[in-house]
Ligand binder design. Structure first.
Ligand SMILES: Nc1ncnc2c1ncn2[C@@H]1O[C@H](COP(=O)(O)OP(=O)(O)OP(=O)(O)O)[C@@H](O)[C@H]1O
Length: 513
């Protein structure tokens, strides 16, 4: 790696002022060291990837770069100038903006209102002139090629539209440096293509990006430079062309060698009675879906955005009530639209939106992870703290959750580690059926392998598994993959499928059920 450069050193870019220059930044949360003497230098016009395993310190650096948190020590400069004072929010908005996975726009307001919130655009009377605001909002969206009506309620936007609106808002404040924090995590392939086209368009206009993603291929597709953090420390900064994938993974994990292949599983019995039987399920986007999953079998439910994949999985576990059709677990029909009935029948569930349905952020890691097995941990409603702690310690160890201890609130975990708690909870009850929606969202490459191996282990133990995902990596361990397109089952691919066949089926081509 001849081109590596220690951030802050006089490198080839010293003549131009870096858009951002963070040097010797350290940050602790109680006993947790989130960043230890790290640096990051982003040059004008480049798209710079920041990668690292869950808990490596990426989000903490982003919160410092956007002025939301103060570092304990270190220096931060934008374009050679010191960072604005923390109270000067407009000063920060002119330097940098971050588009987070979680929306920062207000759903109950219109797009126009969101775009002009906190901006003074008052006439001589001192009153906001809404027709003017709406017109300016529409012009602004047009300038950045965002095809959204400014009168739309922000809560009705798709994730893709919301991100575009947030990018337009950032640019309109004058910022030419945009941080994209896992922007593709909730997008399907088509939306990712459109996002990348927008990024390329803005790259050509010299907009600078810091791009955070656990999808390493995207780093190679869209970024010029990559910085790797590991365990709160800076490891390397290099042009992406100089850091092939195996070296990148090695820098992230501290271990030589690439990723291991999925392990070989013996085919599950096709004659054992199914654990899950779905018959004629319809509702929302889903039309007449029938499928079954047998003990020890892992079945994928694939499909792009709008395919009905998520609605189908949510209906199966009882989060949604179907218009018609039945779901049976172990031969017993479940009461429609009743999550409690699903859990009681032995379903372990990983929801799509961990923030709303996955955990209680202020409750401890231990209590969240053992929520589904409370009955096993004590009698007569009294839960033994000692047993809860022991169980939680075992989960933290077995899923490699990076935390100072099980008593910390889940809120204090990094995003990927929160996802592991949700998985831990689903696995804890030894479920007879696991229903997993995007189970590895936000999880780093190595932990992804690890979680999927846990799913395979559960299947080897006889659990039936349904994986609803559009991530090819999540679908690789499946014995077969069912593909939904516009609410209908259009293909069934046995193990050994080729990526292009699955992608084509998800896009509605090559139909063969
Ligand atoms: N508010 C907080 N209180 C306590 N610990 C925290 C807090 N915020 C972050 N941490 C800890 O700091 C460390 C770094 O977390 P950070 O969220 O920056 O990681 P990350 O690299 O963004 O991970 P991910 O890829 O999972 O999003 C983790 O150990 C995390 O648990």
């Amino acid at each position: 790696m001849t081109n590596e450069q220690r951030p802050g050193a006089d490198g080839p870019g010293a003549a131009t002022r870096p858009v951002v220059e963070a040097t010797h930044i350290s940050k602790r949360f109680g006993s947790t060291v989130a960043l230890h003497d790290v640096g990051l230098v982003v040059q004008p016009g480049e798209t710079h990837a920041l990668v690292g395993r869950n808990g490596a310190g990426k989000s903490t650096l982003v919160s410092i770069l956007t002025g939301l948190q103060q570092p304990d020590s270190g220096r931060l400069r934008f374009g050679g100038r010191p960072a604005p004072r923390s109270s000067d929010r407009d000063g920060w908005r002119r330097e940098v903006a971050c588009v987070y996975q979680k929306s920062t726009i207000i759903g109950s307001l219109s797009v126009a209102e969101n775009l002009f919130l906190n901006r003074q655009d008052r006439g001589r009377t001192g009153l906001l002139r809404w027709p003017v605001v709406r017109r300016r909002a529409q012009e602004l969206l047009g300038t950045y090629g965002v095809d959204v009506d400014a009168r739309t309620l922000a809560g009705e936007l798709s994730v893709e539209q919301r991100q575009f609106v947030e990018i337009a808002r950032a640019l309109s404040f004058g910022a030419r440096f945009i941080i994209l924090d896992e922007p593709t995590a909730q997008l399907d392939a088509g939306a990712i293509d459109r996002l990348f086209a927008k990024i390329r368009h803005l790259q050509a206009q010299q907009v600078t990006f810091l791009f955070i993603s656990h999808h390493l291929q995207e780093v190679y597709d869209i970024c010029d430079t990559v910085t790797v953090f590991r365990d709160a420390r800076w490891i390397v900064t290099a042009p992406v062309a100089d850091l092939p994938r195996d070296d990148l993974v090695a820098a992230m994990t501290g271990e030589a060698g690439g990723l291991t292949a999925t392990r070989h599983r013996t085919a599950p019995s096709r004659t054992a009675p199914p654990v899950l039987e779905v018959s004629g399920l319809a509702g929302g986007n889903v039309e007449d879906l029938s499928l079954d999953v047998r003990p020890g079998e892992i079945v994928g439910l694939a499909g792009a955005g709008g395919s009905g994949r998520i609605e189908a999985a949510e209906t199966i576990v009882g989060l949604r009530r179907p218009a018609s059709g039945t779901v049976s677990v172990g031969g017993t029909p479940l009461r429609p639209g009743d999550v409690g009935a699903g859990l009681a029948a032995g379903i372990g569930f990983v929801p799509q939106d961990r923030h709303h349905q996955g955990f209680v952020a202020d409750m401890s890691i231990a209590d969240n992870a053992t929520m589904t097995i409370a009955g096993r941990l004590g009698r007569a409603g009294l839960i033994s703290r000692r047993r809860t702690a022991a169980e939680a310690h075992a989960m933290i160890r077995s899923l490699a959750i990076k935390t100072a201890g099980p008593d910390l609130p889940v809120r204090a975990l990094s995003g990927g580690n929160q996802q592991k708690v949700v998985m831990a909870r689903a696995l804890a009850s030894n479920p007879r059926l696991l229903v997993l929606i995007n189970p590895t969202a936000g999880v780093d490459v190595r932990s992804k392998e690890f979680l999927l191996a846990k799913v395979e282990e559960a299947a080897d133990g006889g659990t039936a598994v349904l994986v609803a995902s559009d991530e090819l990596d999540d679908l690789r361990p499946c014995d077969r993959v069912l593909v939904l397109f516009q609410g209908r089952l259009v293909a069934e691919l046995p193990r050994g499928w080729h990526d292009h066949d699955l992608v084509a089926a998800m896009e509605g081509m090559n139909r063969h059920v």
